[in-house]
Design a protein around this ligand. Structure first.
Ligand SMILES: [Zn+2]
Length: 179
């Protein structure tokens, strides 16, 4: 097994590591609604960034543009996406209730070579943990907004949002979901 894969597996299985990270940096109660929304936003952003890695090459080969302009355009896109990713991570850490120094440190680390990958990985692990502790199901692309609604408004149907106050049948009268 490659050393890199082994390291990743260790990071994933050592559950106490993010726990230490959380207890030392969290100074405020996390805003679960914002945290879920921002993590979802950031995960999609990462997908877009990965997709963009391939676009300059595809455009260059397909349309025969001047390679210098393509290189410049690729650099500009890369720069913009880097800034957007930093802003995304900072907003996520703020919603998680981290100490301002922690937020600044991570923001600076994002600029370091390969730092953004490390920070994204650690922040994603930590945020996933915070969201799971709040009782949310976290998928590959974050939390379904309906899941957040279920936690914030326990009186509403998790499937359709129907108000279930006083419901005794155990079944949502609107969509038929079992409660
Ligand atoms: Zn329903």
């Amino acid at each position: 097994m490659h050393a890199w894969t082994a390291t990743l597996l260790t990071l994933r299985t050592q559950r106490h590591m993010p726990a230490i990270w959380e207890t030392t940096v969290a100074v405020r109660t996390p805003d679960i609604e914002k945290l879920a929304a921002r993590s979802r936003w950031l995960l999609w952003l990462v997908v877009v960034v990965i997709a963009l890695q391939f676009t300059p090459l595809l455009v260059g080969e397909g349309f025969g543009f001047n390679s210098m302009w393509i290189a410049l355009a690729a650099m500009a896109v890369h720069l913009v996406m880097s800034v957007v990713l930093i802003v995304g991570v900072v907003l996520l850490l703020v919603a998680q209730g981290n100490h301002i120094l922690m937020v600044i440190a991570c923001g600076i680390l994002m600029v370091a070579p390969c730092g953004n990958l490390l920070v994204l990985l650690l922040v994603n692990m930590s945020v996933t943990r915070t969201l799971r502790r709040a009782g949310l199901r976290v998928g590959l692309l974050g939390v379904d907004p309906k899941e957040v609604e279920r936690i914030i408004n326990p009186g509403l149907c998790s499937s359709c949002g129907y108000d279930l106050t006083g419901n005794t049948s155990g079944v949502c009268p609107e969509c038929g979901k079992e409660l």
